[in-house]
Design a protein around this ligand. Sequence first.
Ligand SMILES: [Mg+2]
Ligand SMILES: [Zn+2]
Length: 182
Amino acid sequence: MARPGVFLDRDGVVNRAAVVDGHPFPPASVGELEILPGVVDACAQFRRAGLAVIVVTNQPDVARGSTTRSSIEAINDALCARVPVDELVVCFHDDADACGCRKPAPGLLVEAAQRWSIALNESVMVGDRWSDVRAGHEAGCATIWVDNGYDERRPDEQDLTVANLADAVPWILAHCRAGAAT
Ligand SMILES: [Mg+2]
Ligand SMILES: [Zn+2]
């Protein structure tokens, strides 16, 4: 039977994003990876509640030539070793590839939902950018925006706005419980 899930953006939600000129950037190496406060506990609570926990991340810098796939995979491996998640899935494409998985497209969420038997309409997407909220909305999930104060387009279709993932835990647990009960 399908169960609810929590989809988490990576940079700025699970780990700290570097902010340059008001825009977020991913860590460049494992040494720069810093898991944000409350994230490990939040994910543990989600999993105890029976929710699938999936990280969905755009990483276009390989396509842009500014990093390597192995560098990104080392960061992802380190993240998964520290944070209890079921899977971390990556879109390595850039806009020119016109793929179905680069957020705001919902492909990463839809494919993971099939793999893990996740009921998208009972699930939640949490992200810190407009494209995360759009992808969650497109996939049929409830959406939560983590407002990190970036100087860029703000989403307007989210169900909840929070300062960090930890602050969203009660809402997520209540939402997924309600969905699973119907
Ligand atoms: Mg982000
Ligand atoms: Zn893609």
